[in-house]
Design a protein around this ligand. Structure first.
Ligand SMILES: Cc1cc2nc3c(=O)[nH]c(=O)nc-3n(C[C@H](O)[C@H](O)[C@H](O)COP(=O)(O)OP(=O)(O)OC[C@H]3O[C@@H](n4cnc5c(N)ncnc54)[C@H](O)[C@@H]3O)c2cc1C
Length: 468
């Protein structure tokens, strides 16, 4: 129960710092179980995903997809003239969605009985948290259990002139009310690629700058090559093996990125700059040292496989705990802590980490790819088909890409699945269920799957070994 002691500290069963995916579900669930729970959130009700990350980016990406359909409308037998992009309307559709999502969150707080306290939290004693409210007043709270779920923010590399250039991060890029004339994207990871393609489809000239020799260096080479072909065909320029040295000018007006590439100095001119070079955990200036919560050398909260920190009864959840940076993983962290709080042992070890990059087409992967299997000496059989062999793609005129699966040759179980193709993320779900069930690939090969759906293509994929 929450009650206030004589020093004005309010006590809860559960205090959660940050209302991101894991934190909010933990609060709602434990409150529904009768616990007194409070979530302290400094800005975004519901965390990054619904406000500034996954869902708004996919909303804007979908508008860009509609734009791309307009530009290729003749291919579908639809004549067009004078197509125009109205970025304010694009942004307003996204804002409307976000407003609706925030309302759903507030309803969940209301119905679950969990308290939402808007303010910024920091430890001032081992177990006492000071919350600075929007009016600058403060409240002190403590909890039987405390969960830190403060997420990450865009990393701004230490580059002379970068701060002065006032670059966009994903937060500002998703709020643009105009189309940048020439957008330079620093960083060719999934955030950079998704937004680069969307902006290109709205009409920007786009240049991606990355220090790696190829895009998506952790994926197999055929995946990287396919992504680079896509970028090239859509008119996205990329400068690889590039090492920025300084920035001059201002994003939104005119700027120059000075960089070296293969030892040569290159000056890249653009109008807008988007920085997508990685994530920094929100773990500083929070008094974590006072609480006895240790950090890793990369600044994440050090946790064990139950997500316990180095301080008793203090837990960490989601991105800030160094868990793979996905909303579905933050959600799974919630399950882990929920079960441990309820007296069970639940660990993060060995869980599946599927991901989907929402370029068009999407890139989805679960389990091993060939590079990883080879590096670990894991024997595998490979099955691979072009997306065009999945007949549904032909009805959609979306035949780009391929899917492939790695199979354990002795058990026939699926070790991994990669798809670069239309609705790859949805297709992956079916394979994931087969992997969870420990089914041999032949179960999907022999299944009766509706024609013509994209999932039917899995039958084709898993029959490919039969047909050579
Ligand atoms: C552009 C973009 C697109 C993405 N797309 C996808 C996607 O498609 N699929 C996917 O799975 N993942 C995606 N991600 C990653 C995903 O958004 C994160 O992994 C996920 O939101 C992490 O959730 P979390 O609960 O750890 O933290 P967050 O959701 O970041 O929540 C942390 C919260 O803590 C608050 N906070 C921080 N410090 C304090 C403090 N001191 N006091 C009070 N509150 C504080 C913050 O305001 C924030 O609301 C994307 C990320 C970005 C940036």
């Amino acid at each position: 129960m929450s009650d206030q002691d004589s020093s004005g500290v309010q006590h809860y069963d559960l205090v959660i710092i940050g209302s991101g995916e894991g934190g909010k579900y933990l609060a709602w669930t434990m409150a529904r179980q009768g616990k007194k729970a409070v979530v302290i959130e400094r800005k975004y009700i519901g965390g990054s995903c619904p406000n500034i990350a996954c869902l708004p980016s996919k909303n804007i990406i979908h508008s860009a997809k509609v734009a791309s359909f307009f530009f290729r409308s003749e291919e579908f037998g639809i004549r067009k003239d004078n197509v125009q992009i109205d970025m304010r309307a694009v942004r307003d559709r996204k804002r409307k969605m976000v407003d609706g999502l925030v309302k759903i969150h507030l309803d969940n707080y209301h119905s679950s009985g969990a308290e939402l306290l808007m303010g910024s939290a920091r430890f001032i004693e081992a177990r006492t948290i000071e919350v600075t409210l929007p009016d600058s007043s403060t409240r002190l709270v403590t909890g039987t259990d405390i969960v830190i779920g403060t997420g990450t923010r865009a990393t701004l590399p230490d580059l002379p002139g970068l701060i002065e250039a006032a670059p966009l991060t994903h937060v500002e890029a998703l709020e643009l009310d105009h189309i940048p004339a020439h957008l330079i994207v620093l960083g060719g990871g999934y955030i950079g690629l998704e937004l680069a393609q969307a902006m290109r489809r709205f009409g920007s000239r786009v240049t991606i700058v990355d220090h790696n020799p190829r895009l998506l260096p952790r994926e197999d080479e055929d995946v990287s090559a396919a992504m680079q072909d896509l970028c090239r065909e859509e008119g996205i320029e990329f400068v690889l093996e590039a090492h920025p040295t300084s920035v001059e000018g201002k994003s939104g007006e005119a700027l120059t990125i000075n960089l070296t590439q293969n030892g040569a100095a290159v000056a890249l001119h653009g109008t807008d700059l988007l920085v997508a070079t990685g994530r920094t955990p929100n773990t500083s200036n929070m008094g974590l040292e006072i609480a006895g919560v240790n950090l890793t050398d990369r600044g994440y909260i050090a946790v064990n496989e139950r997500l316990q920190t180095t301080a008793p009864h203090i837990w960490a959840i989601g991105d800030c705990a160094g868990s793979p940076h996905f909303t579905h993983i933050s959600y799974d962290d919630f399950r882990v802590i929920r079960d441990n709080l309820n007296g069970h042992v639940h660990v993060t070890t060995g869980r599946q980490v599927p991901f989907c990059m929402f370029t068009d087409p999407e890139l989805a992967r679960i389990g091993l790819n060939e590079t990883e299997a080879k590096a670990n000496g894991i024997p595998y059989q490979i099955m691979r088909i072009p997306m065009a062999a999945d007949l549904r793609t032909r009805t959609l005129s979306e035949t780009r890409g391929f899917m492939k699966a790695l199979i354990n040759p002795s058990s026939n179980r699926i070790l991994g699945f990669t798809c670069f193709g239309v609705s790859a993320g949805e297709l992956m779900g079916t394979v994931q269920v087969a992997m969870i069930a420990g089914l041999p690939y032949t179960a999907l090969r022999e299944a009766v799957i509706t024609h013509p759906t994209l999932t039917e293509g899995l039958m084709v994929l898993f029959s490919s070994a039969l047909h050579g």
